[in-house]
Design a protein around this ligand. Structure first.
Ligand code: ACM
Length: 645
């Protein structure tokens, strides 16, 4: 995207959390900073130093309590605990510093960033909370409570809440919380701070008067991703069976508090409960990073947005005609040549490209950072290498992939790319794919590797003498039969690596592949999905007419976006009900639903936000909320709380 990125890479998962309280003091005219550093990791940390930055820097005589100031230059500080301090898992180091330069007036004038240096020199990022101070007065909610005063998104399965006219300060784990529970709260706090940097964070790990305590319980009978919240006057009880459920519970709490702070009739609950579980196990969103390159920081932020909406599968479209974006060991040309477009570059300029060549690809280190970020957010990344069609970039990077006797322009894809299918009669196709699947299986823990399979041109391979001979040898008739053969061989390669095949619905064309363990993303007519499910394929429904986010919101001339699948207003996206398309007897094959964003026209952050949000929230609610609980009026009122890029 064109805008500058604030975060250069994926935020690191942290297992340390620093809170800071500003306190008035008789000895210090500008008051003191009281710090609490928590070890939210599973291991003790010894012999460390803590570095942090703050605008309100500490001057020469810090009158330090329970800490030594080792260094201070500008806004940078480094402190150490007293000798012999043992920082156990779940433990806290409290210390304070005086001598600060002026009384802070805003919550952003506390700790801006922090890291810890271990005895062996290893550095670790520390999550930081809002600067806290004590307020004598209770916060009162503003505006008359609206008809649906709880800012929850997606809406839960079961909500029985009484609105409060008071707003808690921060949501804080009660004493006795485990390191894992503290870490969960710290992570969701960090997510809110990244998504909504101008809002106060909902969570803190430092309890002050006016805060609401969080207590945690485990109930294995709740099931995956489920949670229960019971609201009392002094505490909320969070019951879950797994880490994803805990994240969803904390997200709901953070949303409730963010809504109540926004006023306008939104409230935090005074009592009652939420009992919630997902409608579908697969709540996906696809992003085409081939047509448009998104820096790692943008993908990381998109993952944050998905986590907020409880979307738990990121379908990462990594290759297409316009570019190959994934580093592959042994085939540097795929990315050096296959990701570069422009005048004189290996690939010609495509939509949005101008006089300057541009490109970009994801290194293995980039992918590892994003996979780690996603897994920390309980999101699975399903990578897609789109084969055998949509392969112009690979063919341009490695010309030996083409049959030299196939005439130029023998066939063209629907997008106008000539001779763009990998050729199954060429040995290099298979040696290259071995390397591709080796890397995919090493980099991505998902049980599924998505291999595309969409839109292979009807005329593909018919003019390649090598492919024609292969078809004759195998007794195959036509492109569909050869594609089926191709995909069966791919399926065997994936199985050898312990992975299952995912593909677009065309993978089921003709003979298809072995349906056992295969998942198909259905983007064409819904009836195709039902037919595939009847043949034993698992399906994820991504109907272009409702869930393709690149399609324009309306047919108005001034609207922007694609039009080949009509127009999709927010209300149309919200109204689509997958249960109407998939008969009850094959529902067990329906794994879930998915939004897709193709990016041919998406050349700015503004355009991205316009297309994706708010409709992604509609897909998210369809994936999470029981059909009977969907409510357009409530949804349209709550959509203002959505995240954006
Ligand atoms: C697709 O839209 N070609 C999957």
């Amino acid at each position: 995207m064109t805008d500058q990125q604030w975060v250069p890479g994926a935020p690191e998962a942290t297992c340390l959390h620093l809170d800071c309280l500003w306190q008035p003091s008789e000895d210090d005219p500008a008051g003191r900073f009281v710090f609490e550093l928590r070890n939210t990791g599973a291991m003790p940390v010894d012999g460390f130093r803590l570095a942090f930055t703050t605008l309100r820097f500490v001057e020469r005589d810090p009158s330090a309590n329970n800490a030594r100031l080792l260094d201070r230059r500008g806004y940078f500080h480094e402190v150490a605990p007293p000798d012999g301090f043992r920082f156990v898992s779940g433990g806290v180091w409290r210390f304070s510093l005086g001598g600060i330069t002026g009384e802070p007036l805003h919550r952003g004038e506390g700790i801006v960033s922090a890291y810890l240096t271990e005895a062996d020199g290893e550095r670790r990022t520390v999550a930081v909370g809002d600067l806290r101070r004590e307020f004598p007065e209770q916060r009162i909610a503003s505006g008359a409570a609206s008809a649906s005063p709880f800012a929850l998104m997606p809406w839960p399965a079961n909500v029985e809440l009484m609105p409060s006219d008071r707003i808690p300060g921060y949501l804080v784990p009660a004493d006795g919380a485990t390191a894992e529970e503290l870490s969960a709260v710290s992570s969701v706090m960090a997510l809110f701070r990244r998504l909504f940097p101008t809002d106060p964070a909902p969570f803190s790990l430092m309890a002050l008067p006016g805060d609401l305590l969080l207590r945690f319980a485990v109930d294995a009978s709740l099931g995956r991703e489920a949670y229960r919240l019971e609201f009392g006057a002094d505490a909320v009880l969070i019951t879950t069976a797994d880490a994803a459920g805990c994240q969803h519970a904390l997200m709901a709490l953070g949303q409730l508090l963010r809504g109540a702070r926004a006023g306008d009739g939104f409230r935090f609950p005074a009592g009652g409960h939420i009992v919630d579980r997902p409608r579908f196990a697969w709540r996906g969103c696809h992003l085409d990073t081939a047509r448009r390159f998104f820096p790692v920081g943008d993908i990381a932020r998109f993952l944050d947005c998905l986590a907020y909406l409880r979307i738990n599968v990121f379908h990462w479209h990594l290759t297409d005609d316009e570019a190959w974006r994934l580093e592959i060991g042994g085939y540097p040309e795929l990315t050096s040549a296959g990701s570069l477009r422009g005048p004189g570059a290996p690939l010609p300029p495509q939509l949005g490209d101008g006089a300057q060549a541009s490109g970009g690809f994801y290194s293995h280190a980039d992918v590892r950072a994003l996979v780690s970020h996603a897994s920390h957010l309980n999101i699975e990344i399903v990578p897609e290498i789109d084969i055998p069609g949509h392969s112009t970039a690979a063919l341009a990077a490695l010309p030996a992939l083409a049959d030299p006797a196939e005439p130029a322009g023998a066939y063209a894809s629907v997008q106008g790319f000539a001779n763009n299918a990998l050729n199954p009669a060429i040995d290099l196709t298979w040696t290259m794919l071995e390397a591709v699947f080796d890397d995919l299986a090493t980099l991505f823990p998902s049980p599924y590797l998505h291999v595309g399979g969409d839109e292979v041109a009807h005329g593909a391979w018919q003019s390649s003498p090598l492919a024609v001979r292969l078809m004759a040898d195998l007794g195959l008739d036509g492109a569909e039969a050869l594609q089926s053969h191709f995909m069966r061989r791919v399926q065997a390669m994936l199985r050898k690596r312990g992975r299952q095949l995912a593909g677009w619905n065309e993978v089921g064309n003709g003979e298809g592949v072995d349906a056992e363990g295969t998942l198909l993303t259905v983007w064409q007519k819904a009836a195709i999905g039902a037919g595939l499910a009847r043949r034993g394929y698992d399906i994820v429904m991504a109907p272009a007419e409702a869930y393709y986010l690149d399609i324009a919101h309306s047919n108005g001339w001034d609207e922007i976006g694609m039009s080949w699948a009509g127009a999709t207003s927010l209300e149309t996206a919200y109204a689509y009900e997958v249960g109407d398309d998939i008969p009850a007897e094959i529902l067990p094959r329906l794994r879930g639903i998915q939004a897709c964003l193709w990016t041919e026209l998406v050349d700015s952050r503004a355009h991205f936000n316009h297309l994706v949000f708010p409709r992604l929230a509609a897909v998210a609610e369809a994936g999470w909320t029981p059909a009977a609980n969907k409510n357009w009026e409530r949804f349209s009122m709550l959509n203002r709380f959505r995240p954006s890029m």
